[in-house]
Each structure stands twice: as structure tokens, then as C-alpha cells.
Design a binder for this molecule. Structure first.
Ligand SMILES: C[S@@+](CC[C@H](N)C(=O)[O-])C[C@H]1O[C@@H](n2cnc3c(N)ncnc32)[C@H](O)[C@@H]1O
Length: 236
């Protein structure tokens, strides 16, 4: 998906070669690269994990470490007593980082292969196969903390309102949402996927009962490209 690796593991030359080859193969079979296909991209996400055959290098976001902007944010915080939900959890590292700070974490992903893989890596955590757009009804207003990293930017703009509504709906009143995503200007067009988010993409969460508490515009450094890190609170 065009971004350089985030974690030291990926400094390994052979890992990097396998990652680059997989990206080229996955881009070639991604209809979204040509503006077409199923907007939900379900077959493509399933293909990513099926074709990886257990090699994280072949999952473009499979960096075998929590996202550095999550790790950095969590370093000064505890989530003890909180029930947390990780959206589109992939290989499970972000869920593990949340659990490491004391949260009771549920992580879900659309792709059953991803869920089985994450579960094998972190057997003590709760990984579930579920669709953001058809989530279990008992998740409504059930979580104190929701973590969203890179799922929104993997969806076309037309699905973002529905995605925001679903994500906001998981939070209890007073709960917090953390969003980490690649950043672009409001008037900037970037060919995706991924489709970096603009400021107004984030502010639109306020239509669903959330209030922006902090918005960090983070230049390349910890990550190879500009990112947002946004924290919202659900209005009580
Ligand atoms: C770009 S990856 C990011 C994974 C993880 N959050 C991370 O940062 O490593 C997006 C993940 O969301 C999952 N996904 C895509 N659409 C989804 C949906 N509708 N419901 C749940 N998960 C979804 C994909 O299978 C994939 O694992």
C-alpha cells in the first residue's frame, strides 16, 4: 500500500523483499487501484491474508508491532478497568498494546484468517470475526475506549459516513475514540487506496455525538508519512 515499514523487523532485507513483492502482487489484483470493484473491498482483504500463508511480510500492515503512534500515546496512559474495542484488528499487535495498559480488549476483523492468526499470536485476547458495517448489536454503547488505526483510510470516501456512525455507536457516553490515519489536506487529492484522511474527515465524527478533544498533525518521523492522531470523547 505504498508506505515504508514501521518496525525494525522490516529493516531485515529479506522481510522487506517479501513485503515489496507481496505489495506488487496485491496491488495488481486490487480493483480499487483502478477505481472499481466492491467498495467494501471484502474479497481483497480476504485475499491479503489467504495469499500471505502465515508470512506477516506479505500483509502490507503486518509489522509485528503496535503502531508507533499508538505505542507512544499509550506510554503515558493506563486503561485499567476499561473495555476497549480495536477496529479492523489485523494481526493483533494494537490490541495487545491496549491490553498491556490494562484494558479488557475485544479486537475484530472482517477476515476470519486474520482473526485466527491474531488469536494464535495472542491467545489470551478476545479476537472476533465481525463486520464494522454489521457489528453484533450488543456492542452498541458497550465500550469505554475504541481504537481505530488504518481501517477508515482503507475505505472509499462514500463509506466513511456509515463507518463513522458505526464506530461512534460502539462508545458508551463519556467513552473515548482514538483515530490514527495518514493525513492529507482538505483540498488535496491522493490516489488510493489507501486514501489518507483530511481534517474534515475527522471533524465529521462530531455529527455522531463525539467531541474532538485533541488533534495532532504529526510530520514524518515516527512514521514515513504525515499522520493524524485524534482523540474524541462521546458526549454524555
Ligand atoms: C489497513 S488494515 C489495518 C489493520 C490494523 N488496524 C493495523 O493497524 O495493523 C485494515 C483491516 O481492517 C479489516 N477490515 C476491512 N474492512 C472491514 C470491515 N468492514 N469490518 C471489519 N474489519 C474490516 C481488514 O481485514 C484489515 O485487517
Amino acid at each position: 500500500m505504498g508506505e515504508k515499514p514501521l518496525h525494525e523487523t522490516i529493516a531485515d532485507a529479506d522481510f522487506a523483499r517479501r513485503r515489496a513483492e507481496a505489495r506488487a502482487r496485491l496491488d495488481a489484483l486490487d480493483p480499487a487501484k483502478n477505481g472499481g470493484g466492491d467498495p467494501f473491498r471484502r474479497d481483497w482483504f480476504a485475499a491479503v491474508y489467504a495469499l500471505a500463508e502465515g508470512d506477516a511480510a506479505k500483509v502490507p500492515w503486518g509489522n509485528l508491532a503496535p503502531h508507533p503512534l499508538l505505542a507512544d500515546w499509550l506510554a503515558t496512559r493506563r486503561l485499567d478497568g476499561m473495555r476497549a474495542l480495536d477496529i479492523g484488528g489485523g494481526l493483533g499487535d494494537n490490541a495487545a498494546a491496549l491490553a498491556g495498559q490494562g484494558a479488557r480488549v475485544t479486537s475484530f476483523d472482517l477476515v476470519a484468517d486474520a482473526v485466527a492468526w491474531a488469536n494464535k499470536r495472542f491467545p489470551a485476547l478476545d479476537f472476533q470475526t465481525a463486520d464494522l458495517f454489521a457489528a453484533p448489536p450488543d456492542w452498541a454503547e458497550a465500550f469505554d475506549f475504541v481504537n481505530e488505526i488504518y481501517t477508515l483510510q482503507a475505505l472509499p470516501a462514500g463509506l466513511l459516513p456509515q463507518a463513522r456512525q458505526a464506530i461512534a455507536g460502539f462508545l458508551k457516553p463519556g467513552g473515548k475514540l482514538l483515530v490514527v490515519a495518514r493525513a492529507r489536506e482538505d483540498d488535496q487529492t491522493i490516489e488510493g487506496p489507501p486514501w489518507p484522511l483530511c481534517r474534515s474527515d475527522l471533524l465529521a465524527f462530531e455529527r455522531f455525538g463525539l467531541q474532538l478533544e485533541t488533534l495532532e498533525d504529526i510530520p514524518p518521523g515516527a512514521t514515513p508519512s504525515r499522520h493524524w492522531r485524534a482523540l474524541f470523547g462521546k458526549i454524555r
